[in-house]
Design a protein around this ligand. Structure first.
Ligand SMILES: Cc1cc2nc3c(=O)[nH]c(=O)nc-3n(C[C@H](O)[C@H](O)[C@H](O)COP(=O)(O)O)c2cc1C
Ligand SMILES: C=C(O[C@@H]1CC(C(=O)O)=C[C@@H](OP(=O)(O)O)[C@H]1O)C(=O)O
Length: 390
């Protein structure tokens, strides 16, 4: 896989860093667009007090010269403003694990007596670095007309009812203007009430996000090997986001309850085009993109750190006790939209580069054009220039 990235950094350490390797040379980089994505990740009802402290901005340390990628690894850094409060301070050890967070599992695995090192790295603070990486991937995808967006479809028990006639671009736009990023404004009001009630009642909520990629050409990913399937690569990437407990492609779990004649996307011929009138598959068949929008749904569990204490055991004494509260988000769902988009953008940029090859953006674009033509030669009916490409 041609594109890869690593992140490092603790939640309350000096900074988060990432290295993105494999983007071709010559891609114009818009740093402010990266910062806008970082700001989006900080916004949303249900965010805790930490988001008032941070003001995430990216510093590009390498791989970009005079506003364009050089082809070298891109190193980037995002400061943790909260670090100033912890620097040089003696912090009392944390010995009571929170059910649902990494605390106990990491203590067992790494032998931590103080639970802080586990939470420092498991914390979703790390996703700021992913969003910066994803913003660069989005810029690469945009050069090929591919966009990635998302919106919230469920918070706690409240579900959005979105008309199929509401275009994806309109959903993205409405979501961006909404405090819980839900394009169904009636459901949004009930979602807001649910988040506020959970906060009042010293509790937390999860929910579901739908991520969508538009303009993805057919032929990304492959059926020939398990780790080349685009669906599997998306599920891995999305499933790696902290608190994500389920990922569906297309209609996912709902398909399991249907008959085969009602679960797929029949193929019709309209003039010299082959068309689908549905997209239950979510744009991927056999691990290969089919030219339809790629749709992934991500289920996020409620936050583990609750103001209401939960039963636990103090590992320093072995005595039963209750969890303690320092600070936390209440509902991470609206804030997680840009993270979902970032992980989708990374996977799609990787799969596109794999398809195109090329050391420079120009080479990639020439190949993209050539592929468009060649694909048509191979697969078109009656020589139509629009059989499969969106
Ligand atoms: C955007 C976002 C914000 C989060 N904020 C918190 C938080 O404030 N408190 C908390 O306990 N968990 C929070 N989480 C979830 C934890 O990071 C996650 O539950 C923990 O790392 C354990 O991993 P797991 O839930 O995947 O098992 C957040 C997750 C996301 C995506
Ligand atoms: C810092 C971020 O989210 C954090 C994710 C998080 C967790 O346990 O995942 C716990 C909280 O950390 P703190 O206790 O420092 O407030 C969140 O604020 C962020 O998203 O940038």
């Amino acid at each position: 896989m041609p594109l890869r990235f690593l992140t490092a950094g603790e939640s309350h350490g000096p900074a988060l860093v990432a290295i993105l390797e494999g983007l071709p040379a010559g891609l114009p980089v818009d740093v402010e667009a990266v910062n806008r994505e970082l700001a989006r990740r900080q916004r949303g009802l249900g965010a805790g007090p930490r988001m008032k402290i941070e003001e995430d901005r990216v510093v590009l340390l390498s791989g970009v010269l005079e506003g364009r990628t050089t082809g070298a690894p891109i190193a980037l850094q995002i400061e943790n403003r909260d670090h100033a409060k912890w620097r040089g301070r003696a912090v009392a050890p944390m010995t009571v694990p929170r059910p649902g967070h990494v605390d106990l599992a990491a203590a067992v695995k790494y032998g931590y007596r103080d639970l802080r090192p586990g939470l420092e790295r498991a914390s979703a603070r790390e996703t700021a670095a992913r969003v910066a990486v994803g913003a660069l991937c989005k810029q690469f995808l945009k050069a090929f007309g591919i966009t990635v967006g998302s919106y919230v479809v469920q918070i706690g028990p409240v579900r959005a009812a979105l008309s199929e006639d509401l275009p994806y671009e309109a959903r993205f736009e409405r979501a961006e203007a909404d405090p819980v990023r839900c394009p169904d404004l009636e459901a949004s009001a009930r979602m807001r009430a649910a988040v506020e009630a959970a906060m009042q009642e010293r509790d937390t909520l999860g929910g579901v996000i739908e991520g969508v990629a538009l303009g993805v050409p057919p032929g990304l990913g492959s059926h020939v090997h398990w780790d080349r399937r685009l669906s599997a690569r998306l599920m891995m990437a999305l499933g790696s986001i902290p608190a994500v407990k389920g990922v569906e492609i297309g209609e996912g779990f709902a398909l399991a309850a249907r008959r085969g004649t009602e679960a797929h996307d029949p193929i019709f011929r309209e003039g010299d085009r082959l068309v689908r009138r549905t997209n239950r598959a979510g744009g991927i068949e056999g691990g290969i993109s089919n030219g339809a929008p790629i749709v992934a749904r991500v289920a996020i569990k409620p936050i583990a750190t609750t103001l209401t204490p939960q039963p636990s055991v103090d590992l320093s004494t072995g005595q039963p006790t209750e969890t303690r509260y320092e600070r936390s988000d209440f509902c991470p769902v609206p804030r997680a939209c840009p993270i979902v988009e970032a992980m989708m953008a990374f996977v799609l940029a990787d799969a596109l580069l794999e398809k195109l090859g090329g050391d420079t953006l120009e080479e990639c674009q020439a190949r993209f054009e050539a592929l468009r033509q060649a694909r048509l030669g191979d697969l078109s009916i009656d020589g139509s220039p629009h059989v499969f490409w969106p």
